[in-house]
Design a protein around this ligand. Structure first.
Ligand code: 4AD
Ligand code: MG
Length: 502
């Protein structure tokens, strides 16, 4: 190994110099005279060019026989090559094989999502998972930066809880020395105590919900960041949330543009994410859902979906015809990969086409009083190009801790933030009920045991102040930013109701 050991992202500092890279074979092809090895080293990809005659013949042959994901070090001259991945390539002069690999189970050919989830321990090395992981890293760093720079103090709230913070049905029970405890659904209740000590606080950790819904938006274990602020009203919370989301989006755009591009994210749409966001009351949202405009919107959408399907079907027919003719192997492989992608897009479109009339009907028949369903949120968010705040939900549809609007006792001072272009809810938050008697009544109405909430009620006895906060789901935010259809791809090792593979 030469002293000039470096990583792919630093190659730009070594043009014209001899360096050593260590990594895994991502892809390789050989013409017999020259081999092109795409090396993956964790920081990026680099094309390594191995010419026959420039390295010992036996090494040339050994390299030629290495399978995908074999590990090795390669030494060579760095040269700028704009056509190459990353803009630099390595003219190889020597190599050391660390671990030759054969039969790596994940090949560039077709793999269904179930297969890939079972292979998650290996699939993490794929370019998609790598890009998502890098974006997640930036997002989490940006979340902490925002709160740390804005006078918030981090407070770590417990994971084992004696009582529910959200819906009781979604509690995971744990045997705690023979007594039941629950995995936390939210850090909020403890955070409210801390807000009375520090003023502005946040917690950030894993949260757990025994969600029985197998949807693209639900995990049973997900990461949530929750700020909580003393002396704040609903308007202040909305401004905090829009500044926060705008900041984290701008950081991901700044640090991960390339990854967003690789993932096919809508960068122009993300560049548009700046305050102010749209504001609707729940009642206005219901008027939109049941109105003429939504009915028209859904009809138009159905026509567009059918048109997209037709275009893709034509492309499929075209490619399939080409595959039966005489073409080069690499072209055949490329077409095959595109065909897989197109078929999965047809499947997605079919689901959307099938759901469109059902969702249109659900929206048209929506009655004031219910919580917005996933499809209702999707419709509203599809009609907007920036995030939408939906505020003032009916009291009966929401959690016990939300403050009753004193100007309208039927609603609470809460909000959901819906990410735009059809993504749906990424934030839920509210002003908290700060009156002792009203809160006690709400706890009883919800069938919860006041004894479990004595400490929480105490906050309303000793220097109670208007306060509130919200929770942002990390995986949902990543899915929105990256355009990934399912949030299970947005955490390294997902936990879902029916699937925990590794
Ligand atoms: O709307 P939720 O349930 O709000 C709370 O938990 C409040 N206690 C937060 C607060 O005010 N401090 O959840 C907040 C966010 C949702 O908007 C969503 O992004 C995410 O958490 N979330 C989930 N993400 C993935 N899988 C699930 N099962 C989720 N449930 C909620
Ligand atoms: Mg919610």
């Amino acid at each position: 190994m030469s002293d000039n050991r470096t990583i792919v992202t630093n190659l730009k500092d070594f043009a014209g110099q001899q360096v050593t890279l260590a990594g895994w074979i991502y892809q390789a092809r050989s013409s017999g005279k020259v081999q092109f090895i795409i090396l993956r080293d964790g920081s990026g990809l680099c094309q390594c060019v191995v010419e026959k005659g420039k390295i010992p013949d036996d090494l040339f042959v050994k390299l030629e026989h290495l399978g995908q994901e074999s590990s090795l070090t390669v030494t060579g001259l760095v040269r700028a090559e704009p056509r190459s991945v990353g803009g630099y390539e390595l003219a190889v002069t020597s190599a050391e094989i660390i671990h030759p690999t054969t039969d790596y189970p994940i090949t560039p050919k077709e793999h269904g999502i179930d297969f890939l989830l079972k292979q998650r321990h290996l699939h993490l090395r794929s370019s998609r998972q790598w890009c998502i992981g890098k974006i997640r890293h930036t997002l989490i760093d940006a979340i902490r930066r925002f709160f740390n720079d804005n006078g918030f103090t981090l407070v770590d709230t417990p994971i084992l809880m004696a009582a529910a913070g959200e819906e009781e049905q979604s509690l995971f029970k744990v045997d705690y020395f023979g007594e039941p405890l629950y995995l936390t659904q939210t850090g909020q209740l403890h955070l409210e105590c801390a807000a009375a000590s520090f003023g502005r606080v946040y917690c950030f950790g894993p949260t757990f919900r025994a969600e029985k819904s197998k949807t693209r938006r639900h995990l049973t274990e997900f990461w949530m960041v929750e700020p909580e602020v003393a002396f704040i009203d609903l308007d202040g919370l909305l401004r905090l949330a829009e500044n926060f989301v705008s900041y984290i989006v701008s950081r991901v755009l700044q640090d991960n543009k390339q990854e967003l591009e690789t993932l096919g994210a809508d960068i122009a749409a993300l560049e548009n994410i700046k305050p102010p966001f749209y504001r609707l009351t729940y009642t206005q949202a219901v008027e939109i859902l049941t109105g003429e405009k939504t009915a028209e919107f859904m009809t138009q959408q159905l026509a567009q979906l059918n048109q997209q399907k037709e275009t893709i079907e034509k492309r499929i027919a075209d490619l399939e015809a080409k595959q039966t003719g005489q073409i080069k192997q690499w072209k055949r492989d490329k077409n095959a990969a595109e065909l897989i992608d197109l078929h999965s897009r047809i499947e997605e479109l079919n689901t959307k086409i099938e759901n469109n009339p059902k969702h249109a009907k659900l929206a048209a028949d929506f009655n004031w009083g219910k919580d917005l369903g996933g499809s209702d949120e999707t419709i509203i968010s599809q009609m907007h190009d920036k995030p939408v705040f939906v505020t003032h939900y009916p009291k009966q549809a929401k959690a016990f801790y939300m403050k009753t609007d004193r100007a309208n006792y039927k609603v609470v001072l809460n909000f959901d933030m819906l990410a735009p272009n059809g993504f749906g809810e990424i934030i839920g938050g509210s002003v908290r009920e700060d009156d002792y008697d009203t809160l006690l009544k709400r706890i009883e109405e919800k069938g919860l045991k006041p004894a479990n909430y004595q400490w929480y009620l105490d906050l309303r006895k000793f220097g109670s102040v208007p306060h509130g906060g919200f929770g942002l789901g990390v995986e949902r935010t990543i899915a929105w930013l990256t355009g990934e259809p399912h949030i299970r791809q947005c955490i390294a090792f997902p936990r879902m109701m029916d699937k925990v593979y590794i």
